[in-house]
Design a protein around this ligand. Structure first.
Ligand SMILES: NC(=O)c1ccc[n+]([C@@H]2O[C@H](COP(=O)([O-])OP(=O)(O)OC[C@H]3O[C@@H](n4cnc5c(N)ncnc54)[C@H](OP(=O)(O)O)[C@@H]3O)[C@@H](O)[C@H]2O)c1
Length: 336
């Protein structure tokens, strides 16, 4: 194979929101494959809030991206050359492939995409990693029962939009929290949530009292910060708080402050538990089949927010933190 690979490497550890100067856009020749390897042409790059955490030099569930390393990212690509008998040219796969045009992989930790029921981008979102996050976070950690009141923050985002719809499928009341009237309308009218709270325009504590008069049974937290604190103030007895993420805190330049009212957990005999979608990797197939069934039956909707052009990565990534995406944010960098 001859060709050039364009890529984004980490140039400096960001302080606060990452700046363009924190990245280096560079190119290199695509090297020849060794036995067992495949060459993937990347079509869609997944943009995820977790990528911000991977830039910090602190202990986490994966090592930080090193300075000079290609930025780590989930992506969907097509096999264009193979020296691995398990992969044929033309097959589509997802995996951690990086912010670059081409990736050489050994075939491990890749998921083959059989895009019969949905278009390719859906397999990076609702039927991909963020869909799995919603599925396992809500069902395994949240343990929703029919009739429960489930509150979801970042409800118009990739994970939240799926979590709320699964709550509805399970017979719960789903209340979303999102930024702006348009997102709230999307959550209620298009996704079928029972109500949505615009945290940019409303007093979230008061709105939760109004929408959850008997308290919150499951709070699926994507944002942390003040919204977490407001949700803790309205828990029902025995509530489950699912710590999925805390995007409001990821660009902090000062240490994260925990909720001052955490004793609400004691008063309400509630629990608060974190999880990582990767811990459920062995069960992704089972979840993907069930989710695909819901999708095919029209019970589960997805939405993808697709920007274009590898060179726009630094700015498009920031949309997550500015609330400028609705649904799964990704970057299209080549044709399928
Ligand atoms: N535990 C896991 O394994 C796992 C896996 C995947 C994702 N996650 C977590 O799940 C959460 C959602 O991720 P996603 O990929 O689905 O992203 P997303 O929800 O599609 O996008 C992020 C959204 O967060 C909201 N947001 C940003 N800054 C905020 C702030 N300061 N306060 C309140 N809301 C804010 C914005 O929506 P608004 O316009 O509504 O503000 C934005 O659109 C993140 O915390 C992520 O880290 C966890």
């Amino acid at each position: 194979m001859t060709g050039v690979n364009h890529k984004f490497e980490l140039a400096a550890r960001p302080v606060g929101l990452p700046k363009r100067s924190d990245w280096k856009y560079s190119e290199e020749p695509v090297r020849d494959l060794r036995d067992g390897e495949i060459l993937l042409k990347i079509i869609y790059i997944s943009l995820d809030p977790a990528m911000r955490g991977w830039l910090n030099e602190t202990k986490s569930y994966v090592p930080p991206v090193a300075i000079g390393e290609v930025m780590r990212a989930g992506a969907l690509g097509r096999v264009v050359e193979t020296r691995n008998p398990a992969f044929a040219t033309g097959e589509y796969v997802t995996g951690i492939l990086g912010v670059q045009e081409n990736a050489i992989a050994d075939g491990k930790n890749l998921i083959k995409i059989d895009h019969k029921i949905a278009s390719l981008p859906v397999y990076l979102g609702g039927l991909g990693m963020t869909g799995m996050t919603a599925y396992f976070g809500l069902l395994e950690i949240g343990q929703p029962k029919a009739g429960d009141t489930v509150v979801i923050s970042a409800a118009a985002g990739a994970t939240g939009m799926i979590a709320g719809q699964i709550a509805k499928i399970k017979g719960c009341r789903a209340i979303g929290i999102a930024g702006g009237a348009q997102k709230c309308e999307f959550v209620v009218k298009e996704l079928g949530f029972d109500a949505a709270i615009d945290y940019k325009a409303e007093d979230v504590r008061k709105a939760l009292q109004q929408h959850c008069p008997k308290g919150i049974d499951v709070y699926f937290d994507n944002v942390g910060g003040e919204i977490l604190e407001a949700a803790l103030s309205q828990l029902a007895r025995g509530a489950r708080v699912v710590v999925c993420g805390a995007i409001s805190q990821y660009n902090n330049t000062t240490p994260i402050k925990g909720p001052s009212n955490y004793l609400s957990l004691l008063i309400n005999r509630a629990s608060m538990k974190g999880f990582l979608v990767f811990d459920y990797a062995s069960r992704h197939g089972e979840a993907a089949r069930e989710m695909a069934g819901w999708y095919a039956a029209g019970k589960l909707k997805t939405r993808e927010d697709i920007a274009e052009g590898l060179e726009n990565f630094p700015e498009v990534f920031l949309k997550l933190f500015k609330g400028e995406n609705t649904g799964k944010l990704m970057l299209k960098i080549s044709e399928a």
